[in-house]
Design a binder for this molecule. Sequence first.
Ligand code: 1HN
Length: 345
Amino acid sequence: MNELGRLEDLPADYVAALKAQNLVPLWPNLRGVLPPGKPTLHTRATHWPYAAIRPLLIQAGEITPIEKAERRVLVLANPGHGLEKMQASAAMYLGMQLLLPGEWAPSHRHTPNAVRMVVEGEGAWSTVDGEKCPMLRGDLILTPTGLWHEHGHDGTVPVIWLDVLDLPLVYYMETSYHVNGGRQEVTPGQGERSYARGGLLPTPVFERSNKAYPMLRYPWADARAALESLAANQPPEQAVQITYANPQTGAHAENILGFYALMLRPGQTLTLPTRSPAMVFHVIEGSAHVQVTDQNFLLAEADTCCAPGYTPVTLRNASSTEATFLFIADETPLHQKLGVYETRP
Ligand code: 1HN
């Protein structure tokens, strides 16, 4: 590779003349924006133990009333991007949200897509596009772009969930904004009841639904049962993973980020293919060792970690007797749609 000229090689008055005209020479910056063979990765493998987050989140509940916060969230920020950027990776935002009994997080809608993975508690609900979704541990609830959503809590214990949004990307595109609204009218019907069995689609004889997102809640009981059933039907060396899909189209549940649940059999070690998208791992049940290149994290239940793209990841169940269940979020739909998705040997 030939050496490219540096900015310091240029006459100072020439550089000043360029700057005065809002011009920049490409060649001193070319290798920076187009490095050889592999991108510059700002995303750093990072582990956020739930044991560290939980007391600070509960404390936020004591310090800050919901009316002052609107959404009471501690953001899981990646130091490789700078904490103030509030990104877990280039396209992913993560936050842990607390809702206390009797609280209400008012209705709004926004351009970024969100999902919630319920971590603990019971009695809370999220109303999305008029559908009231109970929030039980392990449930995945979608709030796709543009849909009204609000959270309420009729129970007696704190409820905590993990928010995953494509906010960093949508913000970068200068397309991120929100609109506030009033309390939603709840309409009858639950998407997960219409799509209760794989491969069997509701088929109205007269009017067809025009909902782009016909299923908003993926109960953990169903996802877990699907993994158990898949595991029983596959040879033990095969990975046991499901994708949260739009049941009407078979596409990813949302447009930008991909969501999956993975079961590690007792004692199983799984080396993932090296791929371009960054990934997030969150333990729904059990515990796992996550190795990202030469870093090792032991994830306890409710812990979360992230891994940059283009990086080998090995998952190992920390138990030799119990299965471990992981929730995974990644940037696959985005990379595929943009044509930059790749796997590496
Ligand atoms: C949001 O609307 C929620 O509705 C949570 O619960 C986290 C982070 C950034 C922007 C919007 C919610 C969010 C958010």
